[in-house]
Each structure stands twice: as structure tokens, then as C-alpha cells.
Ligand binder design. Structure first.
Ligand SMILES: NC(=O)c1ccc[n+]([C@@H]2O[C@H](COP(=O)([O-])OP(=O)(O)OC[C@H]3O[C@@H](n4cnc5c(N)ncnc54)[C@H](OP(=O)(O)O)[C@@H]3O)[C@@H](O)[C@H]2O)c1
Length: 322
């Protein structure tokens, strides 16, 4: 794996050039503030009546309507929810300077055809591997967050240099930039979100909690055992890896883990993971995301209400009050 760091990158492709950031949410705000602190000319593109305008101003940055923000920009970063990119790109397409670059922090919108960028544009990705709050925090501490970079369309021959210069400007190259592709970043990211960390793990925690309660254990104990220990596990894995984590726990816990883990993740579960990966790669998930947005998020609204009303959340709130 090729990791590129600050000292291998020429900042010139973006030095003194305007960068437009469309959207001022999780990634938009963090990336824009890092760029601003680094002396870049940054303009934020916000939709009409945007509630983020006050925050942009409080942060000491400038904002404009998206089609005005991209005027004269060498690079326009699309930092909005992936499912609204079609409309957002449509609003700026005619205003994007010829031969400029269009950038993303996730490959989905381009890989699954939500956006078909004009032929004269360089199309690049710099995807920090974590939330904007952490990207910003690390930057202010003089550190950086690992990021993936990729080029989907190299219209000018400069796309690679622009992607790397951007990764440097937002601080990712302090930690390292890893080469990828829009397809690889997007598919692996969606797979993880669904099958592993954000989909699989919480479902497993809740199923464990339900199993203990069903068997008559107290709700508080079930929560402590099956949900609250996750942070300990995450910290250990981050610090020592999976093998090191195993060595750091008691022999009792280690033997339990060695015997229990493979029973939980058996061939059926591995097949379900392959099915989820196929669902991602075929574009079915992207289509579901597009439908969800078009219908005003019926599944997400229902799931959020159910999660708020769930037993595990009720118990968590009760314990928090104590
Ligand atoms: N969140 C993460 O941790 C993370 C990590 C890596 C990569 N990414 C990627 O980074 C990109 C941005 O994600 P994000 O989580 O930062 O997005 P986000 O916080 O949800 O973006 C919010 C911003 O998008 C604007 N927006 C929302 N809907 C809009 C619409 N229909 N038209 C115009 N503007 C709209 C909002 O406008 P208002 O201000 O007017 O509300 C706000 O400024 C995505 O591609 C995502 O996959 C995210």
C-alpha cells in the first residue's frame, strides 16, 4: 500500500486558488475551516435560506449561492448528503469553470451515476476516514486524519496533483493519503456501514441485550454487559489490534471469545455478508437511497422513531438519569 505524506506533495496546484465548498455540515465545515486556517481562499456554497449561513459567518468565512460560490474556483468540493447530489450538481453545473476540478469525500454519487460530471472537469476524491469533528480537532492539534484519495476523471492531466494538494490542505497528508478508486472506496464503505460496524455491531449488541432480558436477567445488567463494554473493546482494538485485545483480557474472557465468536459468525453470517456486498455492488442500495430521499425518508424516519422507543434506549436513559 502506497501512503503519501506531506513532504511528497506539491501544494502549488491549489496555492492562491479559490476553493468552493458546497455544504457546511459535518465534513464541509471541518474541511473549510482547515483550508481557511491554512490561508486558502474558501467560499461556502449554501442553498437559499440555509440555516448554516450564521455559522459560516461566525466562523469568519464567506458564503454565497452555490452557483456564485463556484465562480472562479479551481476546485469545487461537493460536501452534501450523497442522496441530494443530483440536484445540487444540476444547480452549479453550468457555472463550474471549464477545466476546473470537482471533488468529493465519498465515491457514491459519481460511482452510482447520481452525477455525471462534465467531460472537461477533473473529478477527484479525498475521503477523510472519520467524522468532520475529528478531522477538525486533529488539525487544530497539529495532527491529521488518514484519508483515501482517488481520481475518476483526469481531463487536464493535473487531477492527481490537485487531489493530493487538497488532501494536504485539509491536513490528511500529515497522517497519510492512501490511493484508492471511487468504486473501491464507495463499495467498501457501504459494505462496512451495513454489514459490520454501523449495521452489524449495533444489531448484535441489541440482540444480546434482548436475549439476557428474555432469560430473566435485569435490564440494567443486560445493558452493562452487552452494550456498554463496546468502548472498552474499541479502545483495545485501536491500541493493540484484535490479537493484542485478546491478550489484554482475562483467560476466561479470551476462552469465551475464542469458543463463542466462530459460533456467532458462522458460514450463514459470512454468506449474508457476501449478499450485502452484492446488494451494494449491484447498485440496489444506491437506488434505495435515492428512493428514500425522493419519498422524504420514510424508512429512516420510522427506524429513528423505533430506536428512540426501544427497550435498550429506555433502559439507557433510565441509567443515565441515575
Ligand atoms: N459525515 C461524515 O463523517 C463523513 C465522513 C467521510 C465522508 N463523508 C462524506 O462527505 C459528504 C458530506 O457528508 P456530511 O455528513 O458532511 O453531510 P451533511 O453534514 O449532512 O451536510 C449538511 C450540509 O448539506 C446541506 N444540504 C443538505 N441537503 C441539501 C439540499 N437538498 N440542497 C442543498 N444543500 C443541502 C446542508 O444545508 P443547510 O446548511 O442549508 O442545512 C448542510 O450545509 C458525503 O459525501 C459523505 O458521504 C462524510
Amino acid at each position: 500500500m502506497d501512503i503519501i505524506r506531506d513532504d511528497q506533495i506539491d501544494p502549488a496546484p491549489l496555492a492562491g486558488k479559490r476553493i468552493a465548498i458546497i455544504g457546511y455540515g459535518n465534513q464541509g465545515r471541518a474541511q473549510a475551516r482547515n483550508l481557511h486556517d491554512g490561508g486558502h481562499d474558501v467560499v461556502i456554497g449554501l442553498r437559499d435560506g440555509s440555516e448554516s449561513a450564521a455559522r459560516v459567518e461566525a466562523d469568519g468565512l464567506f458564503h454565497a449561492a452555490p452557483q456564485d460560490a463556484v465562480e472562479g474556483a479551481a476546485l469545487t468540493m461537493m460536501l452534501l448528503p450523497d442522496e441530494v447530489m443530483t440536484g445540487a450538481y444540476g444547480a452549479i453545473e453550468d457555472a463550474l469553470p471549464r477545466g476546473s476540478a470537482l471533488g468529493f469525500s465519498h465515491g457514491l454519487a459519481v460511482h452510482f451515476g447520481f452525477i455525471r460530471p462534465r467531460d472537461d472537469l477533473d473529478v477527484v476524491m479525498v475521503a477523510p476516514k472519520g467524522p468532520g469533528t475529528a478531522l477538525r480537532q486533529l488539525y487544530t492539534e497539529g495532527k491529521g486524519m488518514i484519508g483515501l484519495w482517488a481520481v475518476e476523471q483526469d481531463a487536464t492531466g493535473r487531477a492527481r496533483d490537485i487531489a493530493l494538494a487538497y488532501g494536504q490542505a485539509i491536513g490528511c497528508a500529515r497522517a497519510g493519503l492512501i490511493a484508492s478508486t471511487f468504486a473501491e472506496e464507495c463499495e467498501a464503505d457501504l459494505f462496512n456501514e451495513q454489514a459490520v460496524v454501523w449495521g452489524g455491531v449495533p444489531a448484535l449488541l441489541e440482540a444480546g441485550f434482548d436475549t439476557l432480558i428474555e432469560a430473566g436477567y435485569s435490564e440494567e445488567l443486560a445493558l452493562f454487559e452487552c452494550v456498554s463494554e463496546l468502548k472498552l473493546l474499541a479502545d483495545l482494538i485501536e491500541a493493540r489490534g484484535i490479537a493484542g485485545m485478546r491478550e489484554a483480557i482475562s483467560n476466561t474472557a479470551e476462552l469465551g471469545a475464542v469458543l463463542g465468536g466462530p459460533k456467532m459468525v458462522d458460514d450463514t453470517v459470512r454468506q449474508k455478508m457476501r449478499d450485502i456486498l452484492e446488494h451494494v455492488r449491484s447498485g440496489e442500495f444506491a437506488e434505495a437511497l435515492r428512493r428514500e430521499e425522493a419519498e422524504a425518508y420514510p424508512l429512516l424516519r420510522k427506524a429513528r422513531a423505533e430506536a428512540r422507543a426501544s427497550k435498550v434506549e429506555t433502559v439507557r436513559q433510565r441509567i443515565e438519569k441515575l
